[in-house]
Design a protein around this ligand. Structure first.
Ligand SMILES: NC(=O)c1ccc[n+]([C@@H]2O[C@H](COP(=O)([O-])OP(=O)(O)OC[C@H]3O[C@@H](n4cnc5c(N)ncnc54)[C@H](OP(=O)(O)O)[C@@H]3O)[C@@H](O)[C@H]2O)c1
Length: 285
């Protein structure tokens, strides 16, 4: 059993957005559930991760709640992000779905609640009202959106009484997100990057291989460092392999040169988006 002295303090380094302190690195849970997820998450928490990303649609919030309890890390030291699924956007279902998330997470609050995709059966104004009411009811500390384009993000900010602290979107070296990043900066919000490994494409890049070798780091560490070294970005990472947890959390003890940052940014190329469900996705920027 690890004690708190073994925890890496660095993984809780936070991006401050208004009153929200978003740990720069989060552990994603998409596609994982049951005892295996619990084991992986306990290991992730004991190795220093302090931010967990889940969602109602992942059907694993109960496993996340169980892992937090088993880990021995105080709930208050962990930042939990979850997302309301589109079917629960109507006003009569929104609040009940948040209550179910709380029961499953075995927690009396959620650190960050997002709406998962902008296209649902209700307007963005109604989605944002559902988030705001969850804050007013004391169930949620911070709110945000996911998979919103620039226009939608600006609408969300306009409609909201509470700050929209992030827009969780796909972001990796091959995908140009400069427009969203600029809009996030101007509107004093953040971008939370998912799919950083571009479903494995990063591991094939000769440019990333060279930068990793020269910096004596793995490609995963280089990509995560590139993400979190940008001013308004929080990164999510996911692995089902215990040995990679240790690898992926070690991104706070080195810096990339400005030249390497720029070289990685220039890997962007058209047609690199991975996650694009036709019935849910907006017109991307
Ligand atoms: N809001 C949304 O619509 C949305 C959409 C997608 C994802 N997300 C969230 O974002 C999280 C992260 O995205 P993602 O799941 O696409 O994660 P990711 O970190 O981009 O990719 C995970 C993949 O990379 C591999 N990997 C991770 N670390 C590695 C390492 N050090 N070396 C080699 N391979 C490595 C993993 O394989 P192994 O498991 O074999 O290590 C896995 O196949 C999700 O889990 C979810 O929580 C949100």
């Amino acid at each position: 059993m690890l004690t708190t002295s073994h925890y890496s303090p660095v993984a809780s380094e936070a991006l401050v957005v208004g009153e929200a302190h978003l740990p720069r690195l989060g552990f994603g849970t998409y596609g994982m559930s049951g005892p295996r997820l619990e084991e992986i998450l306990v290991a992730a928490l004991r190795h220093g991760f302090r931010h967990i990303d889940t969602a109602q649609i992942y059907q694993n919030e109960a496993d996340v709640g169980a892992a937090i309890r088993t880990s021995g890390v105080s709930r208050h030291d962990i930042f939990v992000t979850t997302k309301v699924w589109v079917d629960s956007y109507p006003a009569d279902r929104f609040s009940a779905s948040v209550d179910q998330s709380l029961r499953d997470l075995k927690s009396d609050y959620i650190d960050l609640l997002l709406v998962h995709w902008p296209r649902g059966s209700v307007s963005i104004a109604e989605q944002i009202e559902g988030l705001n009411q969850a804050v007013d009811a004391g169930k949620v500390r911070h709110i945000g959106v996911s998979n919103f384009n620039v226009d939608m993000m600006q609408s969300a900010i306009k409609f909201s009484r509470h700050p929209i602290v992030t827009n969780q979107v796909e972001y990796h070296p091959f995908l140009d997100q400069s427009l969203l990043l600029k809009a996030a900066h101007v509107n004093q919000t953040s971008l939370m990057a998912y799919c950083g490994m571009a479903v494995g494409r990063v591991f094939e890049s000769p440019v990333l291989k060279e930068i990793a070798a020269r910096n004596k780091r793995t490609i995963a560490q280089i990509v995560l460092r590139w993400l979190i070294q940008q001013p308004d970005v929080v990164a999510l990472t996911r692995t089902e392999k215990f040995e990679r947890i240790v690898d992926n959390v070690r991104v706070f003890d080195f810096e990339l040169s400005q030249e390497d940052m720029q070289t990685i940014t220039m890997l962007r190329s058209p047609g690199s988006r991975v996650v694009n469900p036709a019935h849910l996705a907006p017109a991307w920027d």
